[in-house]
Design a protein around this ligand. Sequence first.
Ligand code: GRF
Length: 217
Amino acid sequence: MARTRVGVLISGRGSNLQALLDATQDPVFPAEITLVLSNKAGALGLERARKMDVETGFIDHTLYESRKDFEQDVDARLVQAGVELVCLAGFMRILTPWFVEKWRDRLINIHPSLLPAFKGVHTHDRALEAGVRVHGCTVHYVRPEMDEGPIIGQAAAPVLPGDTPDTLSERVLRAERKLYPACLKLVASSGARVSAERVRIPDSLTLDGDEQLINPS
Ligand code: GRF
């Protein structure tokens, strides 16, 4: 069966991208990464992709008059590369409704909290301030409202005594690196479809491994 052609948008370190690149090395994985685009020139993620012979591109958002002008070039590059599904992996630009609707149900994101808790930035600081005992990460389809959209999968990470934002972030990142490939696999194998703004996953796919909830510890 043909593998789903995936484009990944990044802005920085790219540790989630690395997890996706590693997963897609398996020839039976239902997706392949065909393009990695960054809005930051020195993004470490670009280097990670090049090392694995994946096409990369840098599109400098500061050179554009408007968000939509920037996104039109991003979109053109994705289309040119035959991308069918877009993964956001630490892409630090807010997307306009134009882009989000153009890629509706073909655009997914990873967010470092158990949504709908802690939308936005500084999620680990806010989780510690709130005193939650369980934190984690979420992979979801993207909608125009920030950190909204049908949830594909979530992974939990405990908050431990003495945690700082850094130690908590590292634990959540370990969960992210398992969750994102698992969710991409579900989406690319047509196992996670949106219906009435909920993600439906057939029983046959959830039976082995329970990929909707992955607790890595
Ligand atoms: C991750 O925490 C991800 O959840 C958030 O941005 C961070 C990106 O980290 N959206 P990396 O670039 O994948 O290492």
